[in-house]
Design a protein around this ligand. Sequence first.
Ligand code: TXA
Ligand code: MG
Length: 322
Amino acid sequence: MNPKPVTEESIRHAVELLRQGQLVAFPTETVYGLGADAANPDAVAKIFTAKGRPADHPLIVHIASATQINDWADSVPEAALRLAEHFWPGPLTMILNKKSTVPAAVTGGQDTVGLRVPANPVALQLLQAFGGGIAAPSANRFGHISPTQADHVAEELGDSVGCILDGGPCSVGVESTIIDLSDGIPAILRPGRITRSQLKAVLQTDVRLSPQSKIRAPGMMAVHYAPNTMALLCPADTLITMTDDLCAQGKHIGILAFSAEIAEIPCLHLLRLPADAELYEPALYSSLRALDNLQLDTILIEQPPDNEAWAAVNDRLNKATV
Ligand code: TXA
Ligand code: MG
């Protein structure tokens, strides 16, 4: 299945496929999603088969606007409405108590549901035309690198989807921030572009960072988002000495750097990313994917600073590396 340019006709076709219980890949501002009608358990089951994802891992339900929260969630706290007001459409997923009508296939059998209104014009056009919720994880094989371009989806899942809408490269490039609002104290389950400080400022309460949630989220497993090539995270100085050592051993290595001064020599494939986290993020997955496709011996990744602006990148790199 080749990516399709976005036209009124391709949106109409995608909606038709969703209504028939087929899968549709579509762009969001974070990563491409693999979508199915969230109200149709048989359609949702196809997502798990296509991804090779364990059936008890819950999916995010994408909706066209905050006015649809009550179609999916029960006893919605004030905090959720405030966050929706500030951050939707945008890269924030809220975990809320689910309505009894939400299929267990979507929630992995849990009593909560993840909801998000994406800030991407194609995603919104699709959601508005479809009318209902679209359950969608990232459109990659389970545990592999998330897709930020339509051709990444075609490469990995092309045979399993009815249609891939091509919305160009994703502007944010890392998955949404996930905040759990289902049991009182808000907790971040996955860091993303929207930071803990931003969430605290809007909620005017503490927001916990929850590395060990009782809720299962594959994004929280130790190895996830991983390339097939062995990848190591190291500070700039170590990176330079390791590069010399590995090249001397005749290895072919890939380097993802944003500040380290590295000489370009033949055994190296060097990719330089911006030193600003918000510019680094949209380039991260496509760079990792490009290096991963080169059959290199090792990928060395320069360790970013340990601060809030880099929280999402550090989270993903820690999971992508050994
Ligand atoms: O940016 C994103 O969130 C992208 C785009 C496509 O919207 N989606 C995405 O989906 O990253 P996925 O399935 O790859 O990751 C969604 C995360 C998973 O870790 C999942 O377990 C968690 O959300 N999640 C969904 N519903 C949940 C729930 N009820 N409780 C806890 N975690 C939940
Ligand atoms: Mg994913």
